[in-house]
Ligand binder design. Structure first.
Ligand SMILES: [Zn+2]
Ligand SMILES: [Zn+2]
Length: 212
């Protein structure tokens, strides 16, 4: 098995977690032995989120997508944004808020679960009235947390440990764009994403009646 940040290996990670006996769980109750809280902070790309969500549904897995209302990269109130939420729900996933501190504008689009965008130590673990904080102390400790941030697993790719059932329970943060767009490094992956977005922009311009 080759560890990379591409969708076939993401699928292998999901299968490893299943083989290790983990149970895909949504945020809400305290972690129980065997729980796997698989969370996606959607910082950059709704199309990447949908692609990953479809792969997960195909694998029979339900995870948590945390979407931004204040992203500079996508507009959740556009027709694309509204359709994306519906699609994620239809595929059986939970949808929460990826919030920019201190704004927690939860509305009926979201389940009451929040992760902070670019969290800082002074507020990361604080209680959030009316919502579960994915970075709260009960969910967030180094031994039971793994993240693919900047296309780098600080403690190595967790697939072996998942398959072996090493973690008592685990929260994993996966950023869809990293896995959907090709690239050996975060920089390469971001360049591929921007190139794809450029294509999409021209399609949107045509759809908007712009004479190219
Ligand atoms: Zn791996
Ligand atoms: Zn973020």
């Amino acid at each position: 098995m080759t560890c990379n940040f591409e969708l076939p290996h993401y699928r292998e990670l999901l299968e490893a977690a299943k083989a290790g006996g983990y149970r895909f769980t949504h945020f809400g109750d305290d972690p129980q032995p065997g729980d796997l809280f698989l969370r996606h902070d959607v910082d950059l790309s709704l199309p990447a989120a949908i692609r990953m969500a479809e792969l997960e549904a195909d694998a029979g897995v339900s995870t948590t997508y945390l979407l931004m209302t204040e992203s500079v990269f996508y507009n959740l109130t556009s027709h694309e944004g509204v359709a994306a939420i519906h699609r994620l729900r239809d595929l059986g996933h939970a949808v929460g808020l990826h919030a920019v501190h201190p704004n927690v504008a939860l509305d009926p689009r979201f389940d009451p679960v929040v992760s902070w965008h670019n969290p800082r130590p002074e507020f990361i673990a604080a209680d959030i009235p009316g919502a579960v904080n994915a970075y709260g102390t009960r969910y967030f400790s180094p031994a039971t947390y793994r993240s693919d941030s900047n296309q780098h697993w600080r403690s190595g790719c967790p697939h072996d440990d998942l398959r072996a059932g090493v973690f008592p329970w685990l929260q994993v943060l996966i950023h869809p764009a990293i896995w959907v767009y090709p690239g050996e490094t975060m920089g390469e992956t971001m360049r591929a994403m921007v190139a794809a977005e450029s294509e999409r922009r021209f399609e949107q311009l045509v759809a908007d009646g712009i004479d190219l």
